[in-house]
Design a binder for this molecule. Sequence first.
Ligand code: PCA
Length: 198
Amino acid sequence: MKIIVTGFGGFLDNDANPTKEILKMLPKKLKDKEIYPIELPVVFDECFNNLKPYIDSIKPDVIIMLGLAGGRMAITPERVAINMKDSHGPDNLGYIPKDEIIIPGAKEAYFSSLPLRKIEQILLDNNLAVSISNSAGLYVCNNIMYHVLHYIDQSNLNCQAGFIHVPFSDETLPKPNTFSMPLNDIYQAVINIIEFAF
Ligand code: PCA
């Protein structure tokens, strides 16, 4: 089984991003699973174009997209991506979308095809804070989740995909009095999901 795991670097006032660190920590193989870590740019118009050639050449069975949602108090698998981009702050190329449809004429939304309740249970069993989220926001993370699920749908790919937001890590916490988890706990969560959810 082949699993692509994506993450992002810094954006807005987040200089560091735990998901970038997790990509570096992942093994190439975990039992029968081959793992392909890919860092994507925090750029609305580039993130999917960067990922697409990897999807086409690797033909993954699973795509787990990771991103930072500072302020969240748990690991939050996202339920849905919506066909909308809107942001107060710029992406890493300075673009600020306002009420823009991501792909004109395409579906309003796609549900994650990751096994959300199974993932929730795996993390609960490992004493890791988890909560299914009903909004990935309207910034670059929702944008990549929407693009990937749309591509899988349109191309009829046999691939499960979805997005998981993570909190600040202790090591990359930019503000005091904000919730954070040890980077190693976030990493263990990702490893447990890869090992036991598929
Ligand atoms: N989080 C942002 C984009 C990059 C990241 O890690 C988001 O939630 O949209």
